[in-house]
Design a protein around this ligand. Structure first.
Ligand SMILES: Cc1ncc(C[n+]2csc(CCOP(=O)(O)OP(=O)(O)O)c2C)c(N)n1
Ligand SMILES: [Mg+2]
Length: 549
């Protein structure tokens, strides 16, 4: 990196030092100065069509690379990434939100400047609720310390942070902060030792230990340690929906995705009958666990996450998740021979017929389509629920908003994921409703020469909601998705009504690597996956009960 003269130079250098090569966003006058600095730097700016697209792309980039960044202008742009930042917070994705803002000097006497909502700090206050740390760079003398502080927080907690960069601070002089920031505090050694001792005893006394590997294992880069632990102990393990594909889904000890009653019955029964459940970095969310239909007994569980560590009914303060998993690997744990365990069905060869395509057959075909280079990105809706049963061979090659469940993630996320790792080819699974929110980011895909394969589950509306409460509010305008390549002057479009057409379109899409492909898969509005049928039964009951009150 060239010499550091300004606050912007320092921020850019720090982003680069933490592995960022791309920054997503849209400029505005308050952010233009910093955009000029970005353009002069080694970072590449990825302009999206809308800020929400930039936010989702940065989130996916962070999930693949370990850190992402989005840069937008004050309020009009910032408030559009409030939703994507909320998702990154809820699902633990370390995204740095950099917002341009009116200069500090412009703020005296509180003038009515454009984009201001109520006060100059309105946007800051909102982002304080959505991030783990936030700052307004208001003084060159403390700027480096502030940048270091928020970046340390995003890396430590894997949650987003907010940096407001007033436009008169962009080229403010770089002043090194005299005292280096404090190293991140590891946990307490005594608490860790005692927790491991208790865990060891409980595991060694158990008949059938089972590991549930959660999303934090991925966020904290602990997959290698997890795999070593699985190999050492031979314990059967399950993933959650949010952590699907955490260790690849072709391992002999892999049970499948555990989602309470929404998931497969044999996986649920096996996990819930364990006398020692070891939950590692798993979020206990309603969607993850099939709206709390999971019956996990705390008296038989060891649960370690970045937030707390609990063994049976004891809670250990100050145990740091990476240290806990590493120590578990080093502990004296006996190996188990689990015998017959449930196992996801391997993909079977697909014999295409000329019958109309159904959700079940679509996913059977997709299951045999994915290869080692595929990253499956599923949007909220049946795209996500039906995808739960797909077998993803490589580690963490499944991205989805499985907890916060915002629609519109998948197409923009494919941009972030493929830029973060160009070796990946995204397979985007997206409903027609979700596509209409952010799907036109395909224009950004074209601009930056990316090549996702986009499968639109076109069931003419909000099929997830129809079984809960039917009404014309679940209908949407009908788009001819396969015409989008004509509009954009790139890509290939396919209309898919039968199994044969699906087969041919997927093979043609695989060959077409220069640009995107979009498959408009025409489905019956009432054809939903078994997982979604189970989920909507519970959700529908809740909607109707709430309406009665
Ligand atoms: C941003 C956002 N708005 C609204 C919702 C509520 N919602 C959940 S699923 C759904 C329907 C989605 O329709 P589509 O993308 O076509 O998928 P399908 O349900 O048909 O599989 C809606 C509106 C949401 N999760 N996120
Ligand atoms: Mg739909």
């Amino acid at each position: 990196m060239s010499t550091i003269n300004t606050v912007s130079d320092y921020l850019i250098q720090q982003l680069r030092a933490h592995g960022i090569d791309h920054v997503f966003g849209i400029p505005g006058d308050y952010a233009l100065g910093f955009y000029r600095e970005l353009e002069r730097s080694e970072l590449q700016v990825i302009n999206t069509g809308d800020e929400q697209g930039a936010g989702f792309a940065a989130d996916a980039y962070a999930r693949v690379r370990g850190l992402g960044a989005v840069c937008i202008t004050y309020c009009v742009g910032g408030l559009k990434v409030a939703n994507t930042t909320a998702q990154a917070y809820a699902e633990k994705s370390p995204v740095v939100v950099i917002s341009g803002a009116p200069g500090i000097r412009e703020r005296s006497k509180n003038p009515l400047l454009h984009h201001k909502v109520k006060d100059f700090d309105t946007q800051l206050k909102i982002f304080e609720q959505l991030t783990i740390a936030s700052t307004v760079i208001s003084n060159p003398a403390t700027a480096t310390r502030e940048i270091d502080r928020v970046l340390a927080a995003t890396l430590r907690y894997k949650r987003p942070v907010y940096i407001e960069l007033p436009r008169d601070m962009v080229t403010a002089p770089y002043i090194p902060f005299p005292v280096p920031p404090k190293e991140a505090q590891p946990g307490s050694a005594g608490a860790l030792q005692e927790a491991i001792r208790e865990a060891e005893q409980m595991i060694n006394a158990a008949r059938q230990p089972v590991i549930i590997a959660g999303v934090e294992v991925h966020r904290f880069g602990l997959q290698d340690v997890l795999v070593q632990l699985l190999e050492k102990t031979n314990f059967p393990f399950a993933a959650t929906l949010l952590s699907k594909s955490i260790a690849g889904e072709y391992r002999p000890q892999y049970l499948g995705v555990y989602e309470g009653a929404m998931g497969k019955e044999d996986v649920r029964a096996y996990v819930e009958s364990s006398d020692c459940l070891i939950l590692l970095g798993a979020f206990m969310t309603d969607i993850n666990l099939g709206i709390f239909t999971a019956h996990l007994d705390q008296g038989r569980s060891i649960s370690a996450s970045s937030e707390k560590t609990t063994i049976r009914y004891h809670t250990y303060e100050d145990v740091y998740l990476p240290e806990f998993i590493q120590s578990l690997l080093e502990a004296d744990i006996k190996r188990c021979e689990p015998g017959d365990i449930p196992h996801p069905e391997p993909p079977s060869p697909f014999q295409a017929t000329d019958k109309p395509i159904t959700v079940q057959r679509l996913f059977q075909r997709l299951n045999s389509f994915i290869d080692d280079h595929t990253v499956v990105i599923a949007d909220t809706g049946d795209a996500l629920f039906a995808a739960a049963d797909m077998a993803v061979p490589r580690r963490t090659k499944f991205l989805s908003p499985a907890y916060y469940t915002s629609l519109g993630f998948a197409v923009p996320a494919s941009i972030g994921a493929q830029l973060a790792d160009p070796d990946l080819r995204p397979l985007v699974l997206v409903g027609d409703g979700a596509f209409q929110m952010t799907g036109m980011e395909l224009a950004t895909v074209v601009r930056f020469n990316l090549s996702p394969i986009v499968v639109v589950l076109n069931n003419r509306g909000y099929s997830t909601e129809r079984p809960m409460l039917e009404g014309s509010f679940n209908d949407i305008p009908l788009w001819r998705f396969s015409y989008i390549p004509e509009l954009l002057g790139a890509g290939r479009g396919f209309d898919v009504k039968t199994e044969l057409e699906l087969d041919q379109a997927l093979e043609a899409a695989r060959q077409h690597t220069e640009s995107f492909s979009i498959l408009d898969v025409h489905l019956d509005p009432h054809d939903i996956s078994p997982a979604l049928q189970r989920l909507t039964k519970t959700l529908g009951r809740q909607v109707k009960q709430a309406a009665k009150k």
